[in-house]
Write a protein that binds this ligand. Structure first.
Ligand code: C5P
Length: 224
């Protein structure tokens, strides 16, 4: 570790997509690669934190020294996060959690019929909002908000609705920011009026800037 500013702090990071079962061979998911969450986890570990990474299916290796919990669905991710709640100082939600899941996943394989078909979806738990709602004064909740360009106000609304301490707004233009690519353009929004607009950075560098901002919240909160 090159820095021990997070020394002794227990950081939980969610990463990657979730998969919501349609039947035994199909699922609903999204294009999240897990790169941003893994970069955040690595950076926190480098700074001395004890890191647990709860990840959906991705093709990335967990950095050494990090406890990794693999999950598939949003409900599994939620269970893992809840089971760690009392031992979490900082929760960072970088996962692209599916908002909906098929109401009744089917056993086996759905057969093709000769007309259209409907599938009823129900809402998944909001993992980060759950953490935000329950957290004590010494726990920090950090989120990401992937929005269309100009969606910064939306991000600010999420910061408040989910009771977060910091949210990283980013867009998905497919080349410089968002899913799958190696770079990101983050705007960090805190409580109050502090906003830091970052330039295009590698996800590793962006993770560093995010954790710099989290570190500035520490003396007041998690460290005491
Ligand atoms: O999907 P949304 O824009 O509301 O996501 C904002 C933040 O909330 C992200 O940090 C994401 O990881 C988290 N989230 C979650 N559980 C959900 C939906 C979103 O933890 N079901």
């Amino acid at each position: 570790p090159h820095d021990s500013s997070f020394s002794g702090l227990r950081v939980v990071v969610t990463a990657g997509p979730t998969r919501e079962k349609i039947d035994g061979v199909r699922f609903i998911s999204n294009y999240s690669s897990g790169k941003m969450g893994f970069a955040v986890a690595r950076e926190a570990a480098d700074r001395g934190a004890k890191v647990t990474l709860i990840t959906g299916p991705v093709s990335l290796e967990a950095p050494p020294g990090i406890r990794r919990i693999d999950v598939q669905s949003a409900r599994e991710m939620n269970e893992a996060a809840e089971s760690l709640f009392s031992e979490t100082d900082i929760f960072i939600g970088a996962a692209a959690v599916a908002d909906y899941r098929p109401a009744e996943p089917i056993e086996g394989k759905v057969k093709k019929g000769d007309s259209e078909m409907e599938m009823r979806l129900v809402q998944n738990p909001d993992i980060l909002a759950g953490f935000g709602a329950q957290k004590s004064a010494r726990q920090l909740a950090i989120g990401f908000a992937l929005e269309e360009a100009g969606g910064i106000e939306h991000a600010r609304t999420k910061l408040e609705a989910k009771n977060l301490d910091l949210i990283a707004f980013n867009t998905f233009n497919g080349t410089d920011s968002g899913f799958e690519v190696d770079t990101n353009i983050l705007t960090l929004i805190g409580r109050g009026d502090e906003t830091v607009a970052l330039t295009k950075l590698t996800k590793e560098a962006a993770a560093g800037k995010l954790l710099d901002a989290v570190e500035r919240l520490l003396p007041r909160k998690a460290k005491q």
